[in-house]
Write a protein that binds this ligand. Structure first.
Ligand SMILES: O=C(O)CCC(=O)C(=O)O
Length: 282
């Protein structure tokens, strides 16, 4: 089963059906090129401050091995670029995230927005599922456990297989064994033009591809959401002050943790409260 591509102009239902069937889909033109070019410029300007191989995923040497020796990663992208806020407000990505995540939560927030720049002569990343960050929730009842996270790998410039396009195993979100991560032979590369994005659920097996070039970087970023009752990878709520977000939309404020979690219409209690009361956005 190959990885499918679909235009951002397609009906939402068709996009959701493809995502549901395969666990991942390339959406051509998901993000406005001007916004992505701004983000690319701002990411490249910041990249010199981050050493290849320095990111640990909070797991020391194990995390370094996962990220890759010649990969540059960093987050808090809204501190570097206004384009980040426009991306968070992207209406189609919002509609897809609503459809995938709201059946399991009152609201979701940013898991992480991360520059993921794979350097020349990098081996492929280990295959994995993003829902592995929350294994107690995902493993129980697998594969019918709730979708906990939705991700997009976004091309900041054209991404080819040779540059290290993300590799995906379509259909692996439905495999019977949660611990089975497949093999490289089963993967398809998500080759993309600038502004395209691979949108995939936390259940689908994937990994960064090998960069086989001698001198070119794969320029991509990741933007993911997680259920509002789970802890995200990135510390957005403390990375942005109320003043930083004053001009942003209520959605952006909520996504970055500046609003409390109301579980309704689902069961559960209010979370992320201040003085036992809701932090509201305006
Ligand atoms: O860099 C990529 O293409 C994928 C990265 C990834 O899946 C991850 O680190 O979770």
């Amino acid at each position: 089963m190959a990885l499918q591509r679909i235009s951002a102009a397609s009906p939402l239902e068709q996009i959701l059906e493809t995502l549901d069937a395969d666990g991942g889909v390339i959406i051509e033109g998901l993000f406005e090129v001007a916004v992505i070019e701004q983000m690319r410029e701002d990411i490249l300007a910041a990249a010199a401050d981050f050493q290849p191989g320095a990111a640990t995923q909070g797991l020391g040497q194990d995390g370094k091995a996962f990220v890759g020796r010649n990969t540059i990663r960093f987050s808090s992208l809204g501190r570097l670029s206004e384009a980040y806020f426009a991306m968070l407000d992207n209406p189609l990505y919002a509609a897809i995230a609503d459809a995938v995540l709201l059946p399991h939560c009152g609201s979701y927030w940013v898991n992480t927005g991360q520059a993921m720049l794979i350097g020349p002569q990098s081996p492929a990343q280990m295959l994995h599922r993003d829902c592995d960050n929350w294994p107690a929730v995902s493993a129980q009842g697998w594969p019918d456990s709730p979708e906990v996270t939705l991700s997009a790998m976004i091309a900041l410039a054209d991404v080819t297989e040779e540059l290290g396009a993300t590799r995906v195993i379509p259909g692996s979100h439905r495999w019977g064994d949660y611990k089975e991560n497949g093999t490289a032979e089963l993967t398809y590369p998500a080759e993309m033009k600038v502004g395209d994005a691979l949108v995939y659920t936390g259940k689908v097996v994937h990994g960064g591809g090998a960069n086989r070039t001698d001198d070119q970087w794969r320029l991509a970023m990741h933007l993911s959401f997680v259920l509002g009752w789970l802890v995200p990878e990135e510390s957005s709520p403390i990375d942005y002050s109320d003043a930083d977000l004053a001009q942003q939309s209520p959605r952006v404020k909520r996504l970055l943790g500046h609003q409390s979690y109301d579980p309704r219409p689902h069961l559960g209690g209010g979370l992320w409260l201040r003085h036992v009361d809701m932090i509201e956005t305006t």
